[in-house]
Design a protein around this ligand. Structure first.
Ligand code: MLT
Ligand code: MN
Ligand code: ZN
Length: 299
């Protein structure tokens, strides 16, 4: 199985265009090699078939930077077969507008997200005349993609709605994670970029998994409030379990043998984005990493 972590930042990216908090100022001063684009993953179990998880507003640059996602010489045949959405958030879906030139893509999402993309953010209506999308609801049964070689299982995470759909009454789950199984080799990975809480179903989904890529939006519960002079919400209220603390995600990861863990969807306030921070230093020697954009993992 091959994973390419196309983007690793939360909505807004690092640096964010309208922000000069310490993290954004540091990234701006360091230059583009230190920047992070908005979270997105590509997964593949055979060379000419890739699936995206989420479609970030940065998707065009992310695809251009990925050699495996280029069309073969002299063709217009993308190796991109489809996109799996974890939810209907703008930073996970707006990139679909930039994929409209593509050949027919299969697009998968939980039913609540499909309803949001039919209503308050009418992406499905907007894309229909371009003929590039076949939409599918993901439910409790596994999906078999790439001729059955890639088994994808949605793991219900939470009912956190996108802000634009906060009034929607559609039944959940609104947010899912995905487990990927290479049915030929037995390798498996889990991608959970939006984790408002840690459901038992996530522990079950981690059985036998080699790699976990997880929501690392915030280091601490109150970091957004501090960065915005008290106006921001807490991490959990924004749909993101923080990394640190007795019921944060890090303690759960450290107790887990045999899984390599990667944090993604880092907000620009998160000290983990700074290689020189004490928080980042504390991860040395643990199985937990903070990948840069474009990190590829193959096993
Ligand atoms: C989130 O990850 O919580 C959302 O993307 C926030 C947003 O609306 O940008
Ligand atoms: Mn987000
Ligand atoms: Zn900032």
């Amino acid at each position: 199985m091959k994973l390419r972590i196309l983007g690793t930042a939360a909505g807004g990216g690092l640096p964010q265009w309208n922000c000069a908090c310490p993290g954004c100022a540091r990234a701006r001063a360091a230059g583009p090699h230190a920047w992070r684009t908005q979270e997105c993953l590509a997964v593949s179990v055979s060379p000419d078939a890739w699936y995206l998880v989420n479609a970030s507003p940065d998707i065009r640059a992310q695809i251009l930077a990925a050699p495996g996602l280029a069309p073969p010489d002299g063709t217009r045949h993308t190796p991109l077969r489809g996109v799996l959405l974890t939810d209907g958030e703008l930073d996970h879906t707006a990139g679909l507008l930039a994929l409209r030139e593509g050949a027919a893509l299969d697009l998968y999402a939980p039913p609540a997200a499909l309803a949001a993309l039919d209503g308050p953010f009418p992406l499905r209506t907007l894309l229909a005349p371009y003929g590039s999308a076949r939409w599918h609801a993901v439910g409790s049964g596994p999906l078999l993609l790439d001729g059955g070689r890639l088994r994808v299982t949605a793991v219900p995470i939470s009912d956190k709605r996108p802000r634009y759909a906060s009034g929607s009454g559609a039944p959940g789950p609104w947010v899912v994670a995905y487990r990927f199984d290479d049915t030929a080799t037995g390798t498996a990975a889990v991608y959970a970029p939006s984790l408002a809480r840690w459901p038992d179903a996530l522990d079950d989904a981690l059985a036998g998994v080699g790699h976990l890529i997880l929501d690392g939006t915030f280091w601490s519960e109150d970091e957004m409030a501090r960065a915005t002079g008290g106006r921001g919400s807490g991490a959990r209220a924004m749909g993101h379990l923080p990394v640190d603390g007795p019921d944060g995600t890090l303690v759960r990861l450290l107790g887990r043998d045999g899984i390599r863990c990667f944090y993604t969807h880092l907000n620009n306030t998160n000290p983990l984005a700074d290689r020189a921070s004490p928080e980042r230093g504390a991860l040395a020697g643990t199985p937990v990493e903070v990948p840069s954009d474009g990190t590829e993992i193959e096993w």
